[in-house]
Design a protein around this ligand. Structure first.
Ligand SMILES: [Zn+2]
Ligand SMILES: [Zn+2]
Ligand SMILES: [Zn+2]
Ligand SMILES: [Zn+2]
Ligand SMILES: [Zn+2]
Ligand SMILES: [Zn+2]
Ligand SMILES: [Zn+2]
Length: 1754
């Protein structure tokens, strides 16, 4: 690209660069017609700079535009060099006290919940951190882009409007001075001129609609035939459609098409072809044709290049204006003036108006540029903000209509600026009074919902797609209305009153269109054919909920307004009811000597609607009236006399009856839409303005009418009137058996009706209904929620209604009613109800759902039993009603109520058939209880002379009326308390009788009232009952406990681990402990235990028995028996890697023989420790495979494991596995022929081994020469001078059974396959190396974990780890028996040669590049292959010891070379101990060999310390290795934690304590060896600083450091842009927790190809950073992501918690989040333990939806 570009730039530049900004400005200053002069300049130059080819070159264009076009303007404006001019302006400018920072997408914003006037007031991070609000309760959210920081806006904050930074500038803001006074006249005049011309130019060209013709004053002389085919954005077509179409239309690659599509989506348009008109027209027609089939076609225009050029410059110009005004408030003011100045065409002709009004015609990019300019100019200037607000309000209707028909998201519409204007209280108030904004918004909204039914109500049924689309968009107007109302007036002017009431009128019109919408009629006979539409109406209701509440709040603030609103609302309701009683003859109802007239209406037969917003608004206003003083002081001002109680209650009652009938199953045929509607009617999102208000309306009605009349109407609406007016209904029904269903139905209706009466009397916690305040209300809600169960903060918040500020008011009261319990490592913090609050529990709390009610009942009864109390749940004591509602309580003692109670009790006493139900009785008992509580309250609070008119006790003591002379209610209760079938309710009946007596006593003491004598019997009864109850209770407890245990057991069996990890671990330890115990048992009397060498502690042979988890058979582990195997999982690992940039490039050619000390490509083996027969496992695996294949064919589903890759789940614990390890006895015991005779010393041994190696090499050479291969005989061998006792033709017999051999091969091959990611090949010479490597790597990783956790080396390991390491080590040691002897010998030779150089071994790594522990393991495990042919008497143990010593010495040299630096300030006297002198001497030798390149050291003490620290991990790993290899128990000292155990380790490993002795004992040979090591060229390069080397001890890898405050992560991510699409914000910034890289995840731009598939940035990253495994934090979602391979992944709970101990996945709640170190450690531990893949497996098994996610696209 660069080469093509350069000549072009140069060719152009010459003519353009000659143009001097200063000169041009000079010319302009002289000009008489400046506009013409400037236009000519632009007409000439703009097309020369912009749009010169198919692709834009933004940098070049910007550079030239600045030089040629903007430069002159700046010169002109300043009248001097702009650099000087602007800085002068800046100095005289008084910086703004408004922050006004415009938010980027994803930037964190903060809102103070204590001080923000409304939730839209936000601060940027910088301002927030410098404000007082950081110590308040705040919310943090991420911006969706647009909007700006409100710091400095005094109207946005109740307190602390300025941060520290902006406070500095507020000294004299009081007088609002004109910012122009700081500018000179000249500057003002010139600025005005140039701004006017440029702003007009930009508006003109951006709104220009012609495609090939420029405005006359910009037209060029000669016009080229160069056009663009411009593609525009729409929200209809998908990315894929656009990409596909473009590939076809303009013949581009997919990559280019993606690029085009991305730009179109971001900027709103992009040219996709450049050329002559014809050429572009052709592309256009292809695109249009291809996209017009289903939907409207993509918008494409063929535009002349010069128009595009001018438009591009127009945008540039607007941004330039935005930045210029940043220098000075004065300039900003001038720009505002220019923008708002009315043009020649009068109304709406200002530039600002013109831009706004063509908003929906502009493309995205142009819109956002001018919106930004508005925000930084008009909205930052207090005076012009007001003027702009007026323009905005005047155009409101047009703008909204444009928005509704436009298809772009709201954030790209100018209509979205409403939030910036309407939420400013003073502006909102001004717009209401002066522009009648409320009315305008509501009317505009109504205008868009024209579809009505015959009664003029909204009708959403049969909406077309377009109407539905419009409906969705028009909802944003409700939001505007909410903004306008959100801050409530503190003072009312007459104007405001008048305009508010006008708006209220409009609002009532709106509600009127909703009253009775979506009516339903009960379906009988057959099921409805189509579910009717219901969601739209509820959406509307839900969106309006807060507005309705706010309307009431406004009314509550001014009595005059309240009274007017009340009258208006009543009038509208009366209109709605017009024709309500028309035509029909009323019916007369009568019971108990009362009669009432009512209309003929039946819910189950006629239309009924859930939507009654007008009634409900009136109910709300009525409560406000009741709360105010007017109602009592000037009742004549209210239209109370016009109220007709039967009319008020009619519709709400129908609605409640509908709910009851649905519950009784009468509306089953009406389908789910009705069930859903009723659900939402009660739901926390709606209930405040639906269900709650219906209850209030009924309460209002009852309090204004004769309660008997009310109850009769209610009975009639419930269609139960007949039942209660027929004396013998019970008997009649029980004799008939045919109507069982109908009886059931009626029972439910009776229950529902009783419940409703309980609610009407009991629900007095709204201020205005009862004498309570708002705090009492919310307290009560919380008490009842927590009565169900303890809850987390977020759960509780969700169950409470939020106000328009998203507050529930919970935090102010929660501490009074609940205790907080902190969370542990998992789970959340919980609130628990304080015990003293339990007495306020009301079983019939009206916001309980049925399920909640029964859960709460159970929980409360259980609590009472635990406290050894009786289990009655009597109604709580209630606050008194407000006077307007006071008469409501009489409903409890009304005749009809008593009749209902008596009837139900009568049925219960008779106890026959299905006539009564327990719930019915329970409710009646509750009602009786309520009445008693009421009477008691009255008696206790009565004033001296007053007579208590509430005489429930008297009434229930009287027997029933003739004709049937039933016993009194009291008498029936006494009878019932002994009824055997009422065990559950006994406590409640007893409570009633007790309370009754208590009331009687109060009455007696005040010496009135005769009550029947019953006390004696009651007392006696109760004590006898108590015994019985106690026995029963105990039996019940025992039964429950048994059941619980049974349940737990079966649960355990079913979900072994998923449910209960800890339990799982325990059981694992239990059942696996057999092996562990056996192993630790050998009693070895020796004090000092030695793990290796000729002096190795002999361990008596032990027999080991294990049980197969599949067939449950027990078997002994023996060499010759069938193989037992452990399920195992092999994976590649980079957990220990010190170099993440390194990974295996070409696995086929990779040689793993030497592990580099950076440990970059390790292979880890883990196991769940579950043991099976090899053949049992094989059978199991085959069946899994077969099942999986069938399933995949059928369902094409993924599973959590990949069978084709050999994966399966452990049949017991479902742990992900991909192979099995055979279980073996210590393999050395089999081959170790013991020779206690003289063993060679190190020098001799090395010599012998070298000779043997030489001999083998000669033999190998011969073998490889085909001619001599056949003729090879003993003679030839003799010629070789074989070392004594060495028999290379000897091949040992494999001692293992066939089955074990097979498993050795299986596991070996699996390690090879996974570790190198190659196809399995058991013959590959690298197989044994991979086995040894996995053994070494796994031991190293466990050593690291133990060391990081400060655990002693041989602390009891979890059994699964212990078993795994033992099997793995023994397997690795036995594997050579199934490999080719010569291959293993070859490996040994090479490994050996890396330390003891021989000939013929080409390029071996230098000792700096060898991980010594891997080398040790390789040498020790390969050695038997050589030793088995050696009959000279050297034992295996001797070899092990010498190998170990040799490698240890090499490691010491490694440490001395790389890791010894003297520490300053820690001077220790030189040369104190023997060891220190020795190590200093050794160092000096090294110094000499390296030709003095090694740094000089003088402190032996430091050297020794460094060496000891450096080799410690190696020694620890070696101890583990030999322990498992030889089965020597670990010395008890090392099992304890504390000191470093250096001496004990040395003893165990047969090392001298002064390990420098090793060098002295073998002086001769070591000299030679050290010299050869030091002479390696790489060592030299290192010492000369030309390369790096790992130093020791290697530090453990940790996950990256995370900040304490989550918002700093969000901030970091918001500054991150996609690395591939040039500065675009990344949509899903994701942080790798392993290396700290930020990635642009889940997006097209950053997909790359990996092994032939497109994968997202995260998956691609895991391949380099974690060899397939990754741990990420999705910053926007606050979610941890685990990935493994391409198909496996899961989300994991993030290590950030809010103050309530909860995580916030998805950042929905916005509470401040802080790092929880323990949880982060837990994630790190999962990583260190290589358990990420296992964790994903468990998550996917538990949640199948995770399996379906395309993880590779993340
Ligand atoms: Zn700010
Ligand atoms: Zn600030
Ligand atoms: Zn605050
Ligand atoms: Zn078995
Ligand atoms: Zn298992
Ligand atoms: Zn990207
Ligand atoms: Zn990484």
């Amino acid at each position: 690209m660069a080469s093509e570009l350069e000549p072009e730039v140069q060719g152009l530049d010459r003519s353009l660069l000659e143009c001097s900004a200063e000169e041009t400005a000079g010319k302009w200053l002289q000009a008489t017609d400046l506009t013409r002069e400037v236009n000519q300049h632009l007409a000439y130059y703009v097309p020369k700079i912009y749009c010169r080819g198919p692709n834009p070159f933004p940098q070049k264009e910007d550079m030239l535009a600045h030089q040629v076009l903007l430069g002159p303007m700046e010169w002109y404006l300043c009248g001097e060099d702009p650099e000087l001019g602007f800085s002068k302006l800046e100095q005289t400018n008084k910086p703004s006290h408004l922050c006004g920072r415009v938010f980027k997408v994803g930037e964190p914003t903060y809102s103070c919940r204590d001080c923000a006037v409304d939730p839209t007031c936000v601060l940027c991070m910088e301002c927030f951190l410098g404000s007082i609000h950081r110590d308040h309760r705040y919310r943090m959210t991420t911006s969706g882009g647009g909007g700006f920081c409100d710091c400095g806006d005094t109207e946005a904050w109740k307190e602390g409007p300025y941060c520290q930074k902006h406070e500095l500038n507020t000294s004299e803001i009081e007088e609002e001075e004109d910012p122009l006074v700081h500018l000179s006249e000249d500057v003002i005049a010139r600025t005005y001129n140039i701004f006017a011309i440029m702003f007009r130019y930009a508006v003109e060209i951006l709104t220009w609609e012609k495609e090939s013709e420029l405005p006359p004053d910009l037209e060029m002389v000669e016009k080229s035939d160069t056009y663009y085919c411009m593609l525009f954005n729409d929200e209809v077509h998908t990315y894929e459609q656009v990409i596909y179409t473009l590939q076809k239309a303009v013949n581009c690659t997919q990559k280019e098409a993606i690029g085009f599509a991305t730009t179109v989506d971001r900027d709103g348009r992009r040219s996709v072809r450049y050329g002559d008109f014809q050429y572009c027209e052709q592309a256009k027609s292809v695109i249009v044709r291809n996209t017009s089939r289903q939907t409207k076609p993509l918008k494409v225009q063929v535009m002349h290049s010069s128009i595009v050029a001018h438009q591009n410059f127009g945008l540039k110009l607007l941004s330039w204006l935005g930045s210029i005004i940043g220098y000075s408030d004065g300039l900003r003011r001038i720009l505002c003036q220019v923008g708002l100045q009315e043009g020649p065409n009068g109304e709406n002709s200002s530039l600002v108006d013109r831009l706004m009004l063509s908003d929906s015609k502009l493309w995205k990019g142009a819109r956002s540029v001018y919106h930004q300019l508005f925000m930084s100019s008009l909205l930052m200037d207090l005076k012009y903000k007001k003027l702009f607000a007026v323009r905005f309000a005047k155009n409101y209707e047009r703008l909204q209509s444009d928005y509704v028909t436009d298809d772009h998201d709201r954030e790209f519409s100018v209509a979205d600026l409403s939030v910036q204007i309407f939420t400013v209280p003073s502006l909102a108030r001004m717009l209401i009074t002066e522009e009648n904004l409320m009315t305008i918004i509501i009317k505009t909204f109504m205008d868009h919902l024209r579809h009505r039914d015959a009664q003029g109500r909204f009708q959403f049924e049969r909406y077309t797609a377009l109407q539905a689309f419009k409906f969705r968009r028009v909802q944003s107007l409700i939001l505007d209305l909410k903004y306008v109302l959100i801050s409530k007036p503190t003072e009312w002017s007459d104007d405001l009153r008048q305009k508010f009431l006008e708006g209220f009128d409009a609002f009532l019109e709106l509600l009127k269109c909703m009253q009775g919408m979506d009516p339903v009629t009960r379906q009988v006979g057959q099921h409805i054919e189509m579910e009717p539409e219901w969601e739209a109406a509820f959406t509307l209701q839900m969106k309006l909920t807060h507005v309705i509440s706010m309307m009431q709040d406004w009314c509550a603030l001014d009595e005059k307004v309240l009274i007017e609103a009340y009258k208006k609302c009543l009038a509208v309701l009366t209109q709605c009811h017009g024709g309500f009683t028309d035509g029909e003859q009323p019916v007369t109802l009568s019971i108990c000597g009362h009669s009432v007239e009512t209309i003929r209406y039946c819910v189950s037969k006629e239309k009924v609607s859930i939507h009654l917003p007008v009634s409900r608004l009136l109910a709300g206003l009525h409560v406000l009236v009741s709360k105010s003083e007017v109602a009592y002081k000037f009742p004549e001002l209210l239209p109370l006399s016009e109220l007709s109680p039967p009319m008020l209650i009619e519709h709400p009652l129908r609605c409640l009856v509908l709910c009851a009938q649905v519950h009784a199953g009468m509306w089953r045929r009406n389908g789910f839409s009705l069930v859903n509607q009723i659900y939402y009617y009660h739901n926390v999102k709606c209930r405040r303005e639906m269900f709650d208000k219906d209850i209030v309306m009924l309460q209002t009605g009852v309090s204004m009418m004769d309660p008997n009349h009310f109850l009769m109407i209610m009975l009639s609406r419930f269609e139960l009137h007949q039942i209660f007016s027929t004396p013998d209904y019970g008997k009649k029904i029980s004799s008939e058996t045919t109507h069982k269903d109908l009886v059931q139905q009626n029972n439910t209706l009776i229950e529902e009706m009783l419940y409703l009466i309980i609610m009407l009397v009991g629900e007095r916690f709204s201020p205005g209904v009862g004498q309570v305040n708002a705090t009492d209300e919310i307290k009560r809600e919380i008490i009842h929620q927590l009565s169900i169960k303890p809850m987390a903060h977020s759960e509780l918040v969700k169950s409470l209604p939020e106000d328009e500020n998203k507050e529930t008011g919970m935090e102010s009261v929660i501490e009074a009613v609940a205790h907080f319990k902190k969370p542990g490592l998992t789970g959340r913090g919980m609130y628990e109800l304080k015990p003293e609050c339990a007495k306020e529990f009301n079983l019939y709390f009206y916001h309980f759902s049925r399920a909640e009610q029964s859960k709460a009942e159970e929980a409360q009864r259980k609590l009472k039993r635990q406290n050894k109390e009786d289990t009655a749940l009597p109604p709580p004591v209630l606050p008194p009603f407000c006077p307007l509602f006071a008469s409501l309580v009489n409903i409890l003692q009304s005749d009809v109520m008593l009749l209902i109670m008596r009837t139900v009790l009568q049925w219960t006493v008779e106890h026959n058939g299905h006539v009564w139900s327990e719930s019915m009785l329970q409710r009646v008992l509750h009602l009786i209880g309520m009445a008693l509580q009421e009477e008691k309250q009255h008696l206790e609070n009565v004033m001296e002379e007053h007579v208590v008119t509430f005489t429930f006790t008297q009434k229930i003591s009287k027997p029933g009326e003739a004709p049937n002379n039933s016993p009194s209610i009291l008498a029936m209760l006494e009878t019932l308390q002994n009824a055997p079938y009422l065990e559950v309710h006994k406590d409640m009946i007893r409570w009633i009788l007790k309370t009754f007596n208590a009331i009687k006593k109060i009455r007696e003491s005040s010496s009135t009232s005769p009550v029947a004598e019953t006390e004696g019997t009651i007392m006696e009864e109760s004590s006898r009952d108590k015994d019985k109850a106690e026995r029963k209770r105990k039996a019940e407890i025992a039964r429950l406990r048994r059941e619980k245990i049974m349940a737990q057991m079966s649960e355990m069996q079913r979900h072994f681990i998923d449910e209960n990890k800890e339990l799982f671990q325990q059981t694992l330890e239990l059942d696996a402990s057999i092996s562990a115990v056996l192993d630790n048992s050998p009693v070895v009397s020796d004090k000092t235990l030695t793990a290796l060498g000729p002096a190795q502690t002999r361990v008596p042979e032990q027999r080991q028995f294990v049980t197969c988890i599949l067939c449950q058979e027990e078997q002994e582990v023996k060499v010759e028996s069938r193989a037992m195997v452990l399920a195992a999982f092999v994976q590649r690992s980079t957990v220990l890697s010190k170099n993440r940039s390194k990974f295996i490039q070409d696995p086929e050619k990779y040689d793993p023989l030497f592990m580099h000390p950076d440990l970059s490509c390790g292979t880890h083996t883990g196991s769940c420790g579950h043991i099976m027969h090899a053949h049992c496992w094989q059978r199991y695996f085959d069946s899994v495979q077969a099942k999986e294949q069938r399933r995949q064919q059928r369902l094409r589903l993924h599973t959590s494991y990949d069978v084709e890759n050999g994966e399966f789940l452990c049949p017991l614990c479902e742990c992900l596995s991909n192979t099995v390890i055979p279980l073996l006895l210590p393999p050395r015991n089999i081959f170790n022929t013991l020779h206690f005779s003289d063993q060679p010393n190190l020098t001799q041994w090395i010599r012998t081994i070298s000779q043997q190696i030489k001999a083998l090499q000669v033999l190998r050479k011969e073998e490889n020469t085909p001619n001599t291969a056949l003729s090879r005989n003993l003679e030839n061998v003799d010629e070789l001078q074989l070392p004594e006792g060495f028999r290379p033709d000897f091949h040992p017999k494999n001692p293992y059974s066939e089955s074990i051999k097979e498993m050795l091969t299986t596991f070996g091959t699996a390690t090879y396959k996974v570790g190198l990611k190659v196809h399995p090949n058991e013959e590959d010479p690298r197989v044994p190396i991979m086995c040894w490597g996995s053994c070494a790597y796994t031991i190293q990783s466990i050593e690291r974990i133990l060391s990081d956790e400060d655990k002693p080396l041989f602390s009891p390991l979890p059994c699964r780890l212990d078993d795994c390491l033992r099997s793995l080590t023994r397997f690795a040691a036995a594997h050579w028996t199934v490999a080719s002897l010569s291959v293993v010998q070859g490996h040994f030779c090479k490994l050996f040669a890396s330390l003891v150089p021989g000939d013929n071994h080409g390029d071996l790594p230098c000792i700096l590049d060898i991980d010594m522990f891997h080398l040790l393991v390789g040498l020790v495990l390969a050695f038997p292959a050589l030793q088995c042919q050696d009959f000279s008497g050297i034992s295996l143990g001797t070899g092990d010891l010498h190998v170990f010593h040799l490698v240890t010495m090499a490691h010491i040299i490694q440490v001395l070379l790389t890791s010894c630096t003297e520490e300053n300030g820690m001077d220790q006297e030189n040369a104190s101990g023997e060891e220190e002198l020795a190590v200093l001497a050794l160092y000096k030798t090294l110094h000499q060999y390296t030709g003095s390149a090694l740094k000089e050291m003088h402190s032996g003490w430091h050297l020794l310390r460094n060496v000891r620290a450096g080799i410690m991990p190696f020694l620890r790993c070696s101890a583990l290795f030999f322990h498992y290899l030889n089965g020597v128990p670990s010395p008890p000292e090392i099992q304890a934690s504390g000191t470093s155990h250096f001496e004990h380790l040395c003893n165990y490993l047969s090392l001298p304590n002064n390990f420098i002795c090793l060098f002295q004992e073998n002086k001769e040979i070591m000299k030679l060896l050290i010299e050869s090591w030091c002479h390696n060229i790489e060592v030299k390069r290192y010492l000369e600083g030309e390369r790096d080397a790992i130093s020791y001890p290697r530090e453990s890898n940790k996950l990256i450091d995370l900040p304490e405050d989550y918002s700093s992560l969000i901030n970091q991510a918001s500054n991150f842009s996609c690395p591939k699409s040039g500065g675009d914000k990344s949509r899903a910034p994701t942080l790798c927790l392993v290396c700290g890289t930020l990635l642009c995840s889940q997006s097209y731009c950053c997909q790359t190809e990996l092994e032939g598939e497109d994968v997202g940035a995260c998956t691609a990253h895991t391949y380099s950073c974690g060899s397939g495994v990754g741990i990420f934090l999705r910053v926007r979602e606050c979610q941890v992501l685990f990935l493994a391979g391409k198909t496996k992944g899961c989300f994991y709970s993030p290590p950030y918690l809010d103050d309530y101990g909860e995580t916030d996945q998805g950042l929905r709640r916005g509470n401040p989040l802080h790092l929880c170190r323990e949880r982060f450690k837990k994630i790190q531990k999962l990583w260190h333990q290589h358990s990420i893949t296992e964790e994903i497996g468990h998550a996917q098994e538990a949640n199948q939806t995770l399996v379906g996610i395309d993880w590779q696209h993340l």
